[in-house]
Ligand binder design. Structure first.
Ligand SMILES: Nc1nc2c(c(=O)[nH]1)N(C=O)[C@@H](CNc1ccc(C(=O)N[C@@H](CCC(=O)O)C(=O)O)cc1)CN2
Ligand SMILES: Nc1nc2c(ncn2[C@@H]2O[C@H](COP(=O)(O)OP(=O)(O)OP(=O)(O)O)[C@@H](O)[C@H]2O)c(=O)[nH]1
Ligand SMILES: [Mg+2]
Length: 457
């Protein structure tokens, strides 16, 4: 095979299980020499004569040296993960044993795989397209139901199916326009401009929907940060503990108890929220350390995805609350106002219309309602739909370019520009669409994408 991709014909090997001691460790080999190399270490059976997809127990030996007793799984080209001959060796899960086996395989002709190289080969051998390969990486990195679900959906081809059908429809028009160019002297129009315009509008709608889903995609992949802010003694640390269901932060009735910010993660219905407990903000503290904490609290307000303003319902007038709310909104419009200490609340004439949730952090009432509110603000209701969600920045960037060129095509049609100009925009659009699924790509880009994977994947 003469492929310009570096070392594609090598037989690659890597430990596929995580580093450290385990019950078993799996070593994976893929490539033309896989059977020959393993055969040199596995004398008890002739591997090439065995059926594909069978398991074999035996000793792995290098000359007289027994390396381990192992189970070998055989896959035959093209019916394997990579599309090549693949053998998996399950050995005992000692890091030392695994390293011995790995070294022996390398001595006998295999090369250590780069990160993601097995999946890269699966892509090169057309076992999956680029978005599916990327989804394998996302699936391994997934840590919530939502991120797992979206990665699994993409791995099964949900996203690429959507893109491919758009691309195919565009290609149809593109070839009609190319045809017009061949007959340019005769001034014919094979591609009905009205139909074409309708198609572009339809595609734009899908692309813009995908682009819009990136916001949710980010939430799914990276979680949501929530800064809990408010005056000293409002009950911020008590609330953090209530949400975590453990005594993480120190609580006391001394104002200025929390000095530095504390961050903890909770999972609400499959979305990760990073809760940030901050130092209470009061205007005139003489305490330098407390003041430093307060400056940090201000920063957190600006950086957070959601600001949760907590106040003591018994100690706040409507006017003051309104003033504070509008001040915070200037820093960050994503504000959730929460009234605390309702267990002490006696009707005192205050009208707390600004508050959306009433809780007692100490008595743990209203906490579930607060969690639901956070989930809703993060767009949680959307994650259970079957729609494709963009979670990958590379896809987002390429789709933004697609959207831009669609816009240009639309304009070109409207201004009745000639076919050769249309064709330039159209090709650009097809180029960007093709880059997402990997139908069009370059070697460096691929190496970069797969280098983000773990070794053995
Ligand atoms: N032991 C082991 N477990 C694993 C994997 C693996 O490679 N090895 N996987 C890897 O990440 C995942 C499963 N995904 C896989 C996808 C395709 C094939 C495969 O051999 N496909 C062939 C044959 C299909 C068939 O026989 O029906 C093919 O597509 O041609 C294997 C695993 C998770 N668990
Ligand atoms: N009755 C009642 N007391 C509460 C409630 N929430 C918190 N407290 C009390 O209010 C006091 C202050 O609570 P903290 O959680 O330390 O307040 P904080 O906002 O973190 O204060 P700083 O860290 O100083 O900014 C403690 O004595 C808590 O027990 C509540 O819902 N009801
Ligand atoms: Mg505190």
């Amino acid at each position: 095979m003469n492929n310009k991709l570096s070392g594609w014909t090598d037989t690659i090997v890597a430990i596929a299980t995580p580093p450290g001691i385990g019950a078993i460790g799996v070593i994976r080999i893929s490539g033309e020499q896989a059977y020959d190399i393993v055969q040199k270490l596995f004398p008890s059976r002739n591997l090439k004569e065995q059926q594909a997809n069978t398991l074999h127990v035996g000793f792995l030996k290098e000359k007289k040296n027994i390396l381990d007793e192992v189970v070998i799984s055989l896959f035959k080209k093209p019916f394997s993960y990579t599309g090549e001959d693949v053998i998996e060796i399950s050995c005992h899960g000692s890091p030392f044993v695994q390293q011995q086996v790995l070294d022996a395989l390398i001595r006998n002709g295999a090369r250590l795989a780069r990160p993601g190289e097995f999946t890269q080969r699966a892509f090169l051998n057309k076992k999956m397209d680029l978005t599916q390969a990327e989804a394998v990486g996302d699936l391994i990195a997934s840590n919530t139901r939502a991120s797992q679900k979206s990665a699994m959906n993409n791995m099964r081809g949900g996203f690429s199916k959507e893109l491919k059908s758009l691309r195919e429809e565009l290609i149809k028009f593109s070839s009609l326009i190319e045809l017009e160019l061949d007959f340019s002297e005769e001034d014919v129009e094979f591609a009905d401009r009205h139909q074409f315009s309708l198609l572009i509008q339809k595609i734009s709608k899908v692309v813009n929907g995908l682009l819009a889903s990136f916001k949710l995609g980010n939430v799914i992949k990276n979680g949501v940060s929530v800064a809990i802010v408010g005056k000293p003694n409002a009950g911020k640390s008590t609330l953090l503990n209530a949400l975590l269901n453990e005594n993480r932060a120190i609580v006391s009735d001394i104002e200025g108890t929390t000095r530095d910010t504390i961050e903890e993660i909770i999972n609400i219905n499959g979305i990760l929220f990073r809760l940030i407990d901050t130092a209470g903000i009061r205007q005139h503290s003489q305490d330098i350390i407390e003041n430093m904490g307060v400056i940090k609290s201000r920063e957190k307000i600006q950086q957070a995805d959601i600001v949760l303003y907590l106040y003591d319902v018994n100690k706040m007038s409507t006017d003051e609350l309104q003033a504070i709310v509008s001040e915070i909104k200037m820093e960050n419009p994503n504000l959730l106002v929460v009234a605390n200490k309702v267990d002490l609340y006696r009707e005192n004439g205050f009208n707390h219309i600004q508050s959306e949730v009433f809780i007692s952090a100490q008595q743990q009432t209203g906490i579930e309602e607060l969690k639901m509110k956070l989930f809703d603000i993060a767009g949680g209701a959307e994650i259970n739909k079957e729609d494709v969600v963009i979670t990958n920045a590379r896809h987002y960037a390429a789709l933004s370019q697609v959207s831009k060129s669609l816009h240009e095509i639309e304009e070109a049609i409207e201004r009745k520009l000639p076919g050769d100009l249309l064709s330039v925009d159209l090709n650009e659009c097809l180029q960007y669409l093709g880059e997402i699924t990997g139908e069009i790509t370059n070697e460096d880009r691929l190496d970069y994408i797969f280098s983000k994977f773990c070794i053995g994947k």
